[in-house]
Design a binder for this molecule. Structure first.
Ligand SMILES: [Zn+2]
Length: 288
């Protein structure tokens, strides 16, 4: 096992990176209601999550191998160039190749939610035509997100249009599978509805041989939120529900001591939720 992979019982999890970027929206605008002073303790504790007045954010994905199945969780920003983030291009497919994974091996693409930084590599362009980037996969996401992101007023508020390219194309190809409740992807891998960030947001709980890990999706987008669970970001759709879900998830993983995987924290996003005299905090890694 390298430091980018993790074994949970019989399940292997490999961390993947689509990119690491300085997010263009300045900090107080990204987390409305916070000011520079609020962030100071976290600048000291998590220095590699800041770039001046901006957040330095990882766009991570995870590959799971469970009982002969290969599941990719989230597909990053995609091939781009993505103008709203400075023309950047995602590198997920290169990272998969570097780790010896062929796109053909992936039988399930599980999408935690339908934001642009989680659906980008659903498709690739070949000779001017969109084709599935993972041709042997079914693409699974929550029905509530499909309904939500199809609403014209929701589409109008997106930083850039991506639904037709990255989601509707997959629906039209007959590869999209909508689920509407907690669902076992394999006997060891369970998708859990954790709404708030989006209406159909889901996390993934891995349980095997008495061990567990939670891939939390965007319940938490910055490690400071482990301590400041009521800080919502502008991309959280329903703030009270986002906070409620965040509290519940944090209580649960802390009480059970479950390792947590966070796609937007510095790669590989592995850590645990711990407590000191001040409160809860994100502890990077699983080491002693
Ligand atoms: Zn995200």
């Amino acid at each position: 096992m390298s430091d980018l992979s993790l074994r949970v019982g019989n399940v292997e999890i490999v961390a993947l990176s689509d990119m690491n970027l300085t997010f263009p929206t300045p900090l107080p605008d990204l987390f409305p209601g916070t000011d520079a002073g609020d962030w100071q303790p976290y600048r000291e504790r998590y220095p590699d999550t800041f770039d001046g007045e901006h957040v330095q954010i990882e766009i991570g994905c995870y590959l799971l191998r469970s009982g002969g199945r290969t599941i990719l969780i989230d597909t990053g920003y995609g091939e781009g160039p993505i103008e709203s983030i400075g023309g950047r291009r995602g590198e997920l497919m290169d990272d998969l190749a570097a780790k010896g994974v062929s796109p053909d091996e992936v039988d399930t693409v599980f999408i935690s939610h339908l934001h642009s930084d989680h659906v980008g590599w659903n498709v690739v362009e070949r000779n001017g035509e969109l084709v599935p980037a993972f041709p042997n996969a079914r693409y699974v996401a929550h029905q509530a997100d499909l309904d939500h992101f199809r609403r014209p007023e929701v589409q109008a508020a997106l930083p850039f249009p991506f639904m037709d390219r990255c989601v509707e194309s997959i629906v039209e190809m007959g590869l999209f599978e909508a689920i509407s409740e907690d669902t076992d992807l394999t006997p060891e891998v369970r998708a859990l509805h954790t709404p708030g960030h989006t209406p159909g947001h889901m996390s993934v709980l891995v349980r095997s041989q008495g061990e567990s890990a939670l891939i939390q999706g965007d319940v938490l987008v910055h490690p400071a939120q482990v301590t400041e669970a009521n800080w919502n970001c502008i991309f959280d759709y329903d703030w009270p529900l986002s906070t409620e879900t965040r509290m519940k998830v944090l209580e649960d993983v802390e009480a059970k001591g479950i390792p947590v995987l966070s796609c937007h924290f510095p790669a590989p996003g592995f850590g645990t939720v711990e407590r000191n005299e001040v409160g809860r905090y994100w502890r990077v890694g699983f080491g002693p």
